[in-house]
Design a protein around this ligand. Sequence first.
Ligand SMILES: *Cc1c(COP(=O)(O)O)cnc(C)c1O
Length: 356
Amino acid sequence: MNTPISKKINIQKVDKSRIDQVDFDKLVFGNVFSDHMFECDFKDGVWQNPTIKAYGPLTISPAAKVFHYGQAVFEGMKAFKDEEDKVWLFRPDQNAKRINKSAARLAIPEFPEDLFFEALTTLVSMDREWVRKGPGNSLYIRPFVFATQAGVGASPSTEYKFMILMSPAQAYYTGDIQVEIAEHYSRSANGGVGAAKAAGNYAAQFFPTNLARERGFQQIIWTDASTHEYLEEAGTMNVFFRVNDTLLTAPISDRILDGVTRKSVIDLAKRDNIAVEERRVLVSEIVEAAKNGSLKEIFGAGTAAVISPISAFSFQNKTYEIEKQEDSFAAKFKKELTDIQRNLSEDPFGWRFEVV
Ligand SMILES: *Cc1c(COP(=O)(O)O)cnc(C)c1O
């Protein structure tokens, strides 16, 4: 159910854009923000005062519940500009729904979908200069909600702030990544919050990921918390395994984030007559496939990097290298996805959404 909206969006445009101060060729992912941001408060049971104003700091009580109990969820999506200066979003309906699924799990009130769309499209339209065209360029969009009620009582906040920030991004080249398969730490558990984009899920991964980095691996592929026998997903990416010509990926559950890139790859694979199995994938079967040569590829799928090829994985202190494929599925899906996103190909699934 949508909570009532008390008012239309109040727009306070900046006098002068900061865009001239930005070197678009030297962007570090997520460090520079566009001129405007969206802000809306939940108070007295109603989302109110939706406002677009200059990007800048907030004043919040140090007792705000988000600082003490971590009641916060977020989303990640992108806007693209085509050669004719048209601006496109990719499957934004998925993010509008998912932020509310995440919110529900953290006892945060749902944000009205129509207001989400109005805020998003107005903001992107106002800052459309910040969406650069050309391969790899995009505007990364970060909607988020957090608890603002002042009080250290351990109970759900009665007040929240919903915001949207936007950050220009260049191609996110991670290079080929080497990953470690989790044997001790866990990302999520049965009945937990793994399926939500909850802020704390990411904080909890930093320490084990740092340990993996010290051993020369950039990421961890998490396994199920109870047995560590089944492969699940990576930090902010779902993971696909190509065994011979079949794609394997873990099924969505309350431990796994239902990624938009993941479901898009599955739809493209089906269209391209590539067999896909959404099922539990054993670590042992992937180790076996690596040994007998049938493991052709592993890749991550997520909004930031789109597709990230994984060139090696480590399990029980043994590293297994994966040879480069001529007919790489990772490269194929990356091209198919980014061509749809940038209006360079047909959009048979109706995934593009134009911002006017
Ligand atoms: C965001 C995220 C993904 C990828 O989701 P997309 O919608 O494709 O960006 C996958 N796993 C986790 C844990 C994530 O947070």
